[in-house]
Design a protein around this ligand. Structure first.
Ligand code: EPU
Length: 338
């Protein structure tokens, strides 16, 4: 266990924002976390659980205790006739779990290669990319209740997954620390190469009969070419969610903007890429002092070094405002603004 006071969070958020936490502790096991939660000095403090810090934007110092999940371990638990079950500690890096599964020839999360962040954070926003979502392979998670220190198990239903959503962002917000996640991976690989960019990249790679390894390689290639590496340029991936709008509104907008892309969600609604909306408003590649909008993907806000969180929030609101003005659509941040 590690315990610090007045501690810089700069290395612990991928935006690289330099703020401080009043207290900071890293726990490496469920027992260490339970022990921490019982300390009288900590019991009353506001708490923030950090994984990879890849989905937060700090705008001020955190006047409480930041708990960093350091619980490691990955194992194949057991298998039945159709599935193999894999469990990973909440503090594991998500992409390391992808690599573990590839090494064991287990398919199901290869499309989610290179998503930044930790295993414990993955269910909170039901991470997803290139046609796959965590919920499709999720079996259960274990989580420690911050008030009681009890360990509770949540199955797929109990997590109430949606697009970048779960019960942990709503009714149970801030109440639990996810200590392990168990995946249920289908033994017969079902590749998902429907996403246009994957298909094209596999063709460029001259792969005729792709394996899960090829799909992962293609996804890594696409992500590296489009998305900035947080180790080089501070960012938190998609800053906004792709908005879901009624088909009726889409039909009206399409008359004015014939190129407007959309993906069906249901009979009555479609999802519009926020990146497209933002680009249409002229923001793509915009640099303001030491921060801005990424040049290859307008959905990603970037800190070129030393930017303040408030400035990025200001930029986010300017973007929301201009998309609202031009299209009548209100973008919602995907990133947690603290
Ligand atoms: N587009 C533009 N300009 C841009 C960016 C996108 O016009 O600057 C349009 C293009 O039409 C493009 C379409 O948007 O074809 C889709 O873009 P992309 O494939 O990059 O995906 P996205 O919808 O912008 C979502 C996720 C990403 C995920 C990709 C791939 C959300 C909020 N974002 O982005 O997730 O990697 O799909 O599946 O759903 C993340 O959550 O941090 C993240 C990076």
């Amino acid at each position: 266990m590690k315990f610090e006071n007045d501690f810089s969070l700069k290395p612990y958020n991928t935006f690289g924002i330099d703020v401080k936490a009043k207290h900071f502790a890293r726990f490496d096991s469920v027992q260490e976390l339970q022990e921490l939660l019982q300390r009288p000095a900590i019991k009353e403090e506001p708490k923030l659980i950090l994984g990879g810090g890849s989905n937060v934007l700090f705008t001020k110092d955190f006047e409480g205790i930041v708990l960093l999940n350091g619980i490691k371990g990955m194992q194949v638990l057991h298998e039945d006739s159709n599935y193999t079950y894999v469990r990973a500690g909440g503090g594991e890096i998500w992409h390391d779990l992808v690599l573990f599964c590839l090494e064991h020839n287990l398919g199901g999360i290869e499309n989610m290669s290179l998503i930044p962040g930790t295993v414990g954070a993955a269910p909170l926003q039901n991470i997803g990319a290139y046609g796959a979502e965590l919920k499709d392979v999720f079996q259960e998670l274990e989580a420690v209740h911050l008030e009681t220190g009890e360990v509770h198990t949540f199955d797929n239903m109990a997590c109430q997954f949606g697009y970048r959503e779960s019960v942990f962002k709503h009714r149970l917000k801030g109440q639990y620390v996810v200590t392990s996640v168990t995946l249920r991976l289908r033994k017969a690989h079902e590749l998902n190469t429907s996403y246009g960019a994957i298909h094209t990249t596999l063709q460029e790679m001259q792969v005729q009969q792709p394996t899960i390894h090829d799909v992962s390689a293609a996804v890594c290639h696409i992500r590296r070419s489009k998305l900035p590496d947080p180790a080089q340029i501070g960012n938190a991936g998609s800053f906004f969610k792709n908005p879901e709008i009624p088909v009726l509104l889409f039909d009206v907008l399409k008359e004015k903007h014939p190129d407007m892309p959309a993906y069906p969600v249901s009979e009555a609604s479609v999802k519009v890429p926020a990146g497209w909306l933002i680009e249409q408003c002229g923001w793509k590649g915009k640099v303001i002092d030491n921060y801005g909008v990424h040049k290859n993907q307008a959905l990603v806000l970037v800190n070129y070094g030393g930017a303040k969180g408030e400035k990025l929030v200001e930029l986010a609101y300017d973007i929301i405002h201009s998309v609202q003005e031009k299209f009548g659509i209100t973008l919602q941040p995907e990133v947690n603004i603290l």
